[in-house]
Design a protein around this ligand. Structure first.
Ligand SMILES: *Cc1c(COP(=O)(O)O)cnc(C)c1O
Length: 400
């Protein structure tokens, strides 16, 4: 057996393979350059075109673009009417933005536990947290697998809650025959470079509700409206009114151009992600030292992340050592996510360890392997080789 790189052996590959990265081609570059030579750098004609393209892709009536996904989530919380003393239920197994958006509105965040198989919100755990103060559920489609929206929709209807979907991982995913983006009251997408398609920074909310739509549009631009039908008075053609405390959360036309060019290849990107995930599944299915991700038969995942669980009982070492060993093999592993309420800021708000035992247990066993569309077959082979090499070495009763 070849010595591990962490012990001074030769790494599986020469250069570092990141866990995710964007795919930019000449068409993307040209689209952005064309905007730079045009009349509008920020809000111009491409904003609406990009919004229409996303709405059309997911089958929603409306789409509103934002400067990033976090701003989009903030806007969704605003449009849902979330304010001080309201409660919002979300998952702890997510990026901090999911719950921060509720905090921005002064709400209290309640963390429900996740399902051990799908890593998504457990609807039973959600229901237990619902009170008269609860205003919304922010469901997170972890790694690109949609949540159990049959159960979450029932809860939202029963208790009159707004269902907001953090689909930062899940553009192109489907659940129960519907596209993500047309399922929840409002769905957020992120176009950060590691996500399925990118605009550098960027985000979007899709919705079928006209009232949400109008609030989202105002919130993105300082709470200002120029719509003559909405004005309280009208002093003339220059006149506009600020009705709410909004922000400057606008996307630029340069970014919209990139998004429009990228969305043409979205299906292709997701197909490549699926192919790589299938190859990983096949290569790893018989390893006793890890568990490959489970995908519910009701859904189609968009495969943002490939997250494995280490089986500690089968290993002679801990997650940290396996993680470092894989990095030394030049495989850019990552961990998604540290339970949000473990963050010092949240601890200081009074959240305590032990709140969501499933999420905590999962976090401690998780490793994210590289997965992005421009990975070559050789890159995929390298990951498989390195994972086998490291896990075989640390397997109980193995080749050590
Ligand atoms: C990326 C991400 C966000 C935030 O999106 P930005 O565009 O980076 O602001 C929110 N939630 C989850 C789960 C994410 O992965």
């Amino acid at each position: 057996m070849k010595p591990l790189a962490i012990h001074g052996g030769k790494p599986v590959r020469e250069n570092y393979l990141p866990y995710g990265r964007q795919s930019i081609n000449d068409d993307d570059v040209e689209a952005v350059i064309n905007v730079l030579k045009s009349d509008f750098l920020t809000t111009g004609p491409l904003i609406e075109q990009f919004e229409r393209a996303v709405a059309c892709y997911v089958g929603a009536n409306y789409a509103v673009s934002f400067s990033n996904g976090t701003a989009a989530l903030h806007a969704a919380c605003f449009a849902a009417g979330i304010e001080a003393d309201d409660e919002v239920i979300t998952s702890p197994l997510t990026f901090v933005a999911s719950s921060n958006a509720a905090l921005y509105q002064g709400a209290k965040v309640e963390f429900a536990d996740v399902d051990l198989q799908t890593f998504n919100l457990d609807p039973q755990s959600v229901e237990k947290l619902i009170t008269d103060q609860t205003k919304a559920i922010i469901a997170v489609d972890f790694a690109g697998q949609p949540c159990d929206y049959e159960a979450l929709r029932k809860l939202a209807n029963k208790y009159d809650l707004t269902l907001i979907e953090d689909a930062a991982h899940a553009i192109g995913a489907q659940a129960y025959g519907q596209s993500v983006g047309a399922i929840s009251d409002m769905t957020m997408f992120s176009f950060h470079p590691v996500k399925q398609i990118t605009t550098g920074e960027g985000g979007m909310i899709t919705t079928n509700d006209q009232q949400y739509y109008e609030k989202l549009v105002r919130f993105r631009a300082h709470g200002v409206t120029r719509d003559r039908t909405q004005l309280i008075k009208d002093e003339g053609p220059w006149y506009y009114e600020m009705h709410e405390l909004g922000y400057n959360y606008r996307l630029t036309d340069m970014q919209a151009a990139l998004g429009l060019s990228q969305i043409k290849r979205l299906d292709q990107f997701i197909e490549r992600r699926q192919t790589i995930a299938r190859r990983y599944n096949k290569a790893f299915q018989s390893l006793p030292t890890m568990t490959t991700p489970y995908i519910s038969p009701e859904v189609k995942s968009s495969w943002h992340l490939y997250v494995i669980q280490l089986n500690e009982q089968q290993l002679t070492t801990d997650r940290k050592t396996v993680f470092k060993a894989l990095q030394k093999e030049n495989i850019g592993v990552n961990v998604h996510y540290i339970p949000v309420y473990w963050q010092p800021y949240y601890e200081q708000l009074g959240y305590e360890k032990g709140l969501c035992p499933n999420a905590e247990r999962l976090y401690q066993s998780f490793i994210t392997l590289p997965l992005f569309p421009s990975m070559t077959d050789q890159d995929v082979n390298d990951v498989i080789l390195a994972v086998n090499k490291v896990l075989k070495y640390y397997e109980v009763g193995g080749a050590t």
